[in-house]
Every structure is written in structure tokens, then in C-alpha cells.
Design a protein around this ligand. Sequence first.
Ligand code: FAD
Length: 477
Amino acid sequence: SRHLVWLRADLRSIDNTALSEACRDPEAEVAALWLVTPEQWRRHGKAGCQLDLELRTLRELSVTLEALNIPLLIREVPDFAAIPALLLSLCQAEGIDRVYWNKQYEWNERVRDKAAADLLRANGITVEMHADQCIIGPGEVLTGDGRFYSVYTPFKRNWLSQIYERGVRVHPAPLKRQSAWTRPDPVPTSVPGFESHVPLPELERLWPGGESAALARLEVFTDKHARRYRELRDFPALSEATSGLSPYLAIGAISSRQCWQAAANELAAYGPSADIDHWVSELGWREFYKHILVGFPRVNKHRPFRLETEQLRWNDDEEAFQRWCDGKTGFPIVDAAMRQLRATGWMHNRLRMIAAMFLTKDLFIDWRKGERFFMQHLVDGDLAANNGGWQWSASTGNDAAPYFRIFNPKLQSERFDPEGNFLRRYLPELAGLDNKRIHAPHEKQRDFLLDYPLPMVDHRAACEETVSRFKALGELP
Ligand code: FAD
């Protein structure tokens, strides 16, 4: 029999549930498929830098799979709506009788998968969809009365206890097939319309492609840095204090089970560590936001979790939005953050919160505009985490920051970049300032010698205005 594995956000050979299942029958001939869907990607705001990482990862994967006699096929259709028909004609032309994929949890992806499965099954083709993206998948971590959690701490307690109860199993790479029925297609080097905003040599240096690079990064992190995670994770100048695995998790070059296992091995070998527990808890946040997508579908559809916040009248100020995008707000920590995103395709978690809060609370600009801008520039862009992070920062989400607790950019900067090392890296125009002045260069009086803008808003006044607008929503449940 002939099996097809449709790869999406799972670009790896090791611990890929659908791939393992497709290869379970040693007699079966197996091929893999990856689809280019430019029109759909445009609608989703997919970043060119992320696509480039995917293409480089696929190039390695294609070679790995070819050695196992699993050719990787590449096809192009404009959007998700065209996929069911394409899959059916491919199966009919090649005599494929079983199709396998790993579930995705975003709304459009789920609609697409249901349509594809329905059409294939109606034509006598077996479809297997596997839960693979999470250690414990959405729908399996529920409250006592069977509902989705909306608060992280009780979710995490339940999630961890289920993990310990069931154990975590990492699938090895599949065994070599006896033969391949066709040749792999060349993996494209680029797709028109999805150019990376980060220069390619820099992108490749920062984010080398392939599951081998992802596994190497996991090993270095757990060996050398994980035991200081809690202490150092909030300092953006320390680029190795966090794992930097988010781009690989987002495209599936590595699985969360592999991350879990590396952490568990480290704990087993060298004893308990609150730092490693904390890192595992971040993997939990990743899963929590995927559960939220499934449990509360409105967040997939540009709607806030807290529906009463739909009444907020966000400022429609294109010029202010552009200054934020360009890193020219006059608040160094916000500007350095935005320039890190532009220069590397990634932004430190503390800075994502600071930049997102500044856009939504200081400028009172709609979180959805920031969410889309991030998506278009992030190498780790992921709907669940990005939407979750934005709604947390905007106080429109579940378990979000309370609307009256607004980050003060200068205090955040002094606390998390005390020596200004991060600021100097991305704001060379401020490099000559001392460690005190660099956080608010024009605070005492305007410095005409600096080629750096004045703060575009008065932070305190802006916060008062924002708090009063949220308060006017009335009693929040
Ligand atoms: P580590 O600290 O090493 O954490 C390990 C892994 O846990 C990460 O790779 C990531 O997969 C997961 N993780 C960590 N923190 C979070 C979190 N708060 N929410 C969900 N998962 C988390 N993360 C994305 O992967 N894609 C996004 O598009 C994204 N957008 C964000 C937008 C905003 C406004 C905010 C506040 C956060 C966003 N995050 C996003 C979460 C977080 O900032 C990144 O996952 C983290 O900075 C990645 O760095 P790391 O791999 O070194 O993380």
C-alpha cells in the first residue's frame, strides 16, 4: 500500500507522530508532501523570514527522508480552499490509499483539514489525524466540569499531573523503506512575495535551518544555560539566557516532547532545579495558548477573549503606529526592542511585553495592528502564542495583565538592562550616554546633540487616560 504524510508545522523526521504512524507498516511505500500556499500566507501575514527558515529546514529534511526512501513532494496551490481537490487528485494519480497528518489547532487550518478529510474519505481514502503539537493536546486538559481552563496556574497543575501520569514518549526516526515509488521534488529557495526583511546571511547565521540545528540548540541550552534560566531569563542583553528555540518549535523542527525529555534527563542526571521547572512552565504556556485557540474560537477571529473590551475605541493614528513600527518612539527600550525585531526576526520575551504594552496602553492603538505587525516580522510567528501575548499585554485576554498595571518603559529598562548593554547594541546613537541617562536621554532637558527623538507621549498622562477608558467599560466580570 502507498501512504502519504502531509507535513505542515512538523518539519522533522524524529518524533513526528504522523510520519511514524505512516511508516508503521514495513511493507508500505511512503512519501511526504509539503504545500506552498502563497495567497493563504498573505492573509495570515506570514513573515518572509519564517518561510526562509522553513525552506532551509525542508532542504535538510528532504535529504534525511530521501535516505529513508521517503521522497518529499512539493506542490503549490493559492490557498487552503484549493487543498482538498489537490490531495484527492494526487492520491488518485499515485495510487495512495492512506493519508496522515498531525493536527493543527488554528481555525482556518481546522476548517481546511476537515474539508480535506471529508473529501478523501468520501473517495475511499483513509485519513489519520494525530495529536502531536502538544505534550497533552487541546481538549485533554479540562476543569472538573469538563470546560477549558482560562487561567494558567490550574491549567498547569492539571497539565503536569497528566504528563507525569502518562509519561512522555519520543518516537525515533522511521526505519528505511524498502523502496521509493518516486523521486523527491526540489525544495524552492524562495517564494515570490515572501522576501525576508532580515538579510539572508544574517538570518542563516542566527537561525540555521533543520532539525539538527534545533536539537543542537536544545542540547547547548540544557547543558549550559538552563540552570540559570529563572535568574537570567528577563535580561535581553544575555542572548543565551533563554533557549532561542521558539522558531524551531513554531515550524516543528523540534517537538515539545523532545524539549520536555531534555529537561527531564537533565533533572534526572543532576538533581532538581527550580530554573528547569520554570523553563518547562514556559513550554506549558505555549500549550495553554493552543488550548485557548480551541476552547475559545473567537480569539482566532480577531476578537478579544474579554468581549466587553470590544467597546474600547482605539486611537486611529497611523503616524504614531508607524513610529512604533520603526523604533522611533523616543523610549529607548521600546525602540531597541522594535529594532531587534527588524534586525533579527526575533524579540526577547520581556521586550515583547514592553513593546506591546506601549502600543496598546501608551499609544492606545488596537492590539490587532501590533499582532499583525509582529506576525509579519517574527521568525517564530505562531498564532496562539502571538495572540495570547498581545491579548495579555492589551488586557483583553484571559489571565491577562490587569489594565491598571501598566509597564513604565524607563523603569523596565533600568531594571532589565541596567548597564544599557542591550540599548547600545540596537541604538548606536545612544552609545555614548552613561548608564543612567541612556534609559531616558531627554529627561532632564532636551539634548540637541543627540540624533534621537523626544518621547512621543507623556507616559503618566497616557496611562491615566487609558485606565479611565478601561474603567468606563463598567464592572469587569
Ligand atoms: P524560552 O524562554 O527558552 O522558552 C521556551 C519555549 O517556551 C519557547 O521557545 C516558546 O515556545 C515557549 N514560550 C515561552 N514563553 C512563552 C509565552 N509567553 N507564550 C507562549 N509560549 C511561550 N512566542 C512564539 O513562539 N511565537 C510568537 O509569535 C510569539 N509572540 C508573542 C507576542 C507577545 C506580545 C508576547 C508577549 C509573547 C510572544 N511569544 C511568542 C512568547 C515568547 O515571547 C516567546 O516564545 C519567547 O520569547 C521565545 O524565546 P525562547 O525560545 O528563547 O523562549
